[in-house]
Write a protein that binds this ligand. Structure first.
Ligand SMILES: NC(=O)c1ccc[n+]([C@@H]2O[C@H](COP(=O)([O-])OP(=O)(O)OC[C@H]3O[C@@H](n4cnc5c(N)ncnc54)[C@H](O)[C@@H]3O)[C@@H](O)[C@H]2O)c1
Length: 342
């Protein structure tokens, strides 16, 4: 710990915020956890007590304005992100905002414009797969041209289980949003159209919930991306991305990465592997690298990784996806002019 450490405050210390707080306190060099805020003051207080020199601040906007906080991690629910990101922009504080940027395209665009009018980028979006070593290798390989031109991307995103309150729209907005960002990241292009199909649901799905969902993105250059999102697969957290190119293919999230053989459990030999139950295990390294990259960039006064524009574009694609979920028809994605006033 040194005087030049980035002094970080975390807003919202539920599942994700507490995970990030621990990461900043113990696994991010050049950064120091100094404050946490949550309307659940007992939760914030208990978390603060775990770390030396960390204060619990009742009002999240007071944490943003605090002169002893250099930078802010926002891990509150998406519907309060607009107000909190805006406060960070007004105070000129580097910010890591968990996805989604906001709940709709209009409010996300307001943040893009507010950041642009401030004259310098300050916000990194929490699309952590861009920092996962396997996704980074896939992207590097595709960009190298060794496999030829990228034609198709296939994404698979399965969770073991979700609460019954996790409705069909949330599968689009909270789960598929990661595939939206992956497609834009790997292709380096916008998505122009989305279709969401509703296969026969698993009998494990809550009443009226479409699970699994299969969706197709059309990219600006004409390529196609397929996605399967299945949030009650009952097995574990499985996330894969396969890039199909003209002269080869590459995959992130290979299920056979930790294959083992065993003589246990019977006379015959057997083979198998393990599947993490939770996204925090699968993407632990990605989150570590995301936070480290954010802290390093914040100290240099720059933003690396996904931006407010990436958050805005993902929100607009998901809005179109929720429309398609209802109609079953392709829905065009209409983005504002990136630099313009619209
Ligand atoms: N990148 C990822 O992989 C990933 C994974 C999970 C969640 N998330 C995102 O992280 C954010 C938090 O999700 P979570 O799963 O931790 O939710 P959670 O419900 O576990 O935690 C949210 C916390 O925010 C607090 N809160 C509520 N209103 C607030 C306010 N106005 N200001 C500050 N805090 C407030 C709640 O009391 C709670 O402690 C969401 O935006 C979610 O989409 C991202």
């Amino acid at each position: 710990m040194t005087d030049s450490d980035l002094r970080v405050g975390v807003i919202g210390v539920g599942m994700m915020g507490a995970d990030h707080a621990e990461r900043i306190a113990h696994r991010t060099s050049g950064a120091r956890l100094v404050a946490v805020s949550d309307p659940d003051t007992a939760r914030a207080g208990a978390l603060a007590e775990r770390y030396e020199g960390v204060r619990a601040v009742a009002d999240p906007l007071a944490l943003v304005a605090d002169g002893d906080v250099d930078a802010v991690v926002i891990a509150s629910p998406g519907f309060v992100h607009e107000e909190q990101v805006l406060a960070c922009l007004e105070h000129g504080k580097p910010t890591l905002c968990e996805k989604p940027l906001t709940m709709d395209g209009e409010s996300s665009l307001r943040l893009v414009r507010a950041e642009q009018s401030g004259g310098r980028p300050l916000v990194q979006l929490g699309f952590m797969r861009r920092f996962d070593p396997e996704y980074v290798r896939l992207k590097t390989l595709v960009d190298s041209g060794r496999l030829g031109r990228l034609l198709v991307l296939h994404n698979t995103h399965r969770n073991k289980d979700v609460p019954a309150s996790f409705r069909s729209e949330m599968i689009v907005r909270d789960s598929l949003v990661h595939e939206v960002d992956v497609a834009r990241f790997v292709f380096g292009e916008e998505i122009t159209e989305i279709t969401v199909y509703s296969p026969t649901p698993t009998s494990a799905a809550a009443e009226g919930v479409v699970d699994p969902q299969v969706s197709v993105f059309r990219m600006a250059g004409g390529a196609v991306v397929t996605n399967e999102v299945f949030v009650k697969n009952q097995v574990g957290y499985e996330v894969r991305c396969e890039a199909v190119c003209e002269r080869g293919s590459a995959m992130a999230g290979r299920p056979w990465a930790d294959l083992y053989t065993t003589a246990a459990g019977g006379d015959d030999g057997a083979w198998g592997g393990s599947i993490p139950a939770d996204f925090r295990d699968r993407f632990a390294l990605a989150y570590d690298r995301e936070l480290q990259a954010w802290a390093d960039a914040s100290r240099r006064g720059v933003v690396v990784g996904p931006t407010t524009w990436d958050g805005y574009a993902a929100t607009v694609v998901c809005e179109a996806g929720m429309e398609s979920l209802v109609s079953g028809e392709p829905v065009a994605v209409r983005l504002a002019d990136r630099e313009g006033a619209g």
